[in-house]
Design a protein around this ligand. Sequence first.
Ligand SMILES: [Fe+2]
Length: 319
Amino acid sequence: MKEPQANSRRSFLKNISMASISMAALPAGVGAAVKTRTQDEATLACNATTLDYYGQGPFYSANPPMISNGLLAGPSEPGTRIIISGRVMNLDCTEAIANAEIDIWHANDAGQYDNSGYNLRGKVLANAQGFYSFETIWPGKYLNGNQYRPSHIHFKISAPGFSTLTTQLYFQGDSSIPADAAASISSGVYDASSRIISLSQNSNGKYEGTWDVVVDAQGVPLGIDSLHLNKGIIYSASPNPFWEEIEINYGVFEKAKVSLLVFDMQGKEVANLKDLQHSPEKYSAIWNPPANLPSGLYFVALKVNDMQVHYLKIARKSS
Ligand SMILES: [Fe+2]
């Protein structure tokens, strides 16, 4: 842990490379414009996840196994690899739903379900901060009457002690969405618009997407009363995926005590930069992870005055 220095980046990096800390931060530029978000924009970011009009559909098999190593699709499963991750939160996004059970199933690359076994069916648990992640293949399409259903992933999400949310996830740009009776709904209880996510290709050739889930449940308080994106935000992290170094660009919109934390998918803190005294400004933090940090997904969290205001998913390459 070290206070940010107002010196040049070169000497700064030299300084931290000799220190025992794993991360440090400095202002990203004098007079950099900081765009604040309104409270309305921050509040809009937290809406209850909607049901899918088609419910669970006809192909659900009860009691699927827990998936191992975050892989819903085995390495030899034909298809385009995709990684879906996000966070499960309560209705006003003030609490993380730790240990939420996420039951996932979808069609294979050819548009077929395994109705006799559990291929492409399984459960994953959200971690202590509510984060979840799984890797699978891009689901194929299948005919529903004379129309192809868009590619979709089915979910049942259960928080301990609360009712189960059954819904489906779709992907932006899918030409079958407009004609689909469920995916085309854009208002009301079955509004699918926040369940159509974008996927972008990472440097490993896999497609990644983020889907946060907001459910009527009680979880672990995050110490916030809204998303508070008006207090601070993580703009970007690059390169992402990273290997030896990653630069995290963030902004703080008020004079505050600020912390940056990195968690692994099990919720274990793997790096932190705590209790920085920051003025409203853009900042840049360089993290040089330990060489033995396993490859995979991590989350950077930004805390302002001990309130977690934003997070960003990052990934360490396998080499
Ligand atoms: Fe389906």
